[in-house]
Design a protein around this ligand. Structure first.
Ligand code: ADP
Ligand code: MG
Length: 236
């Protein structure tokens, strides 16, 4: 089986004043289509840096990265942006919604970047918002919504263009347990429908929902489990 995400011997440095910070060290990681993987590790271990690379927001300094058969190291910035828009739906801890825009408008943004015509965009955004249970909040702006609702708008934005991969960085980190539970139910349901889901979390209860856990310590993969955890009973 071909891996959807294939990282081989990745290194990443951040430039420092006196010396460079070696943030990711020889990371090799394969994720198959349809998998649900959790990347865990303490704060500062390199999780978000890894997510940025998987999401084509950043490139490694060495090693190789192939996404859906495309060698990311050899693409132009433009092609990388294109792949990001087509292949990846992002969800962040802080929701990252645009405050001046309504739920419908926020969800349509990736579709605008993709050049989807107005009417088609409206239908896709409405469908995505219905899927996350917000069909009656279409014209609300982020400040008129609870944190859990804002995260659901962000999920709708991530899935409106139907990308094969969903990357979520601490998606429940800013939410109360009830809202967090609902967000995880939506994400796991999306995985059951075939989307590849990668969640970055320091919450063991969230990680326990995944088929596979990858534990990062000091920029290295310290452990990786292929546990198939069938207890998807959402005890957050
Ligand atoms: N843009 C950046 N420039 C310099 N150092 C950074 C940058 N982003 C992250 N770092 C550093 O890299 C390390 C890993 O950060 P990060 O990937 O955000 O970890 P995590 O998401 O696991 O908390 C930390 O020491 C952090 O301070
Ligand atoms: Mg982080």
């Amino acid at each position: 089986m071909k891996h959807l995400i294939e990282l081989n011997n990745i290194d990443k440095y951040y430039k420092g004043k006196n010396c460079d910070l070696h943030v990711l060290k020889d990371i090799s990681l394969m994720i198959n289509e349809g998998e649900f993987a959790a990347i865990t590790g303490s704060s500062g271990s390199g999780k978000s840096t890894l997510m940025n690379i998987i999401g084509c927001l950043d490139i490694p300094d060495s090693g190789s990265y192939t996404l859906g058969g495309v060698n990311i190291m050899k693409t132009t910035d433009k092609k990388r942006a294109y792949l990001r828009n087509r292949k990846i739906g992002f969800i962040f801890q802080g929701f990252n919604l645009i405050h001046a825009l309504t739920a419908m408008e926020n969800v349509q943004l990736p579709l605008i970047y993709r050049g989807v015509p107005y009417r088609e965009r409206q239908i896709a955004a409405r469908r995505a918002l219905r899927l996350v249970g917000l069909e009656n909040r279409l014209d609300h702006k982020p400040y008129e919504l609870s944190g859990g609702q804002q995260q659901r708008v962000a999920i709708a934005r991530a899935i409106a263009s139907d990308p094969p991969v969903i990357l979520a960085d601490e998606p429940t980190g800013s939410l109360d347990s009830q809202s967090g539970k609902l967000v995880l139910e939506i994400l796991t349901a999306l995985n059951h429908k075939g989307r590849t889901l990668v969640i970055i979390t320091h919450d063991e209860n969230v990680a326990a929902l995944a088929q596979r856990r990858i534990y990062i310590k000091d920029g290295k993969i310290a452990a990786s489990s292929d546990l198939f955890n069938n207890q998807r009973n959402m005890t957050v």
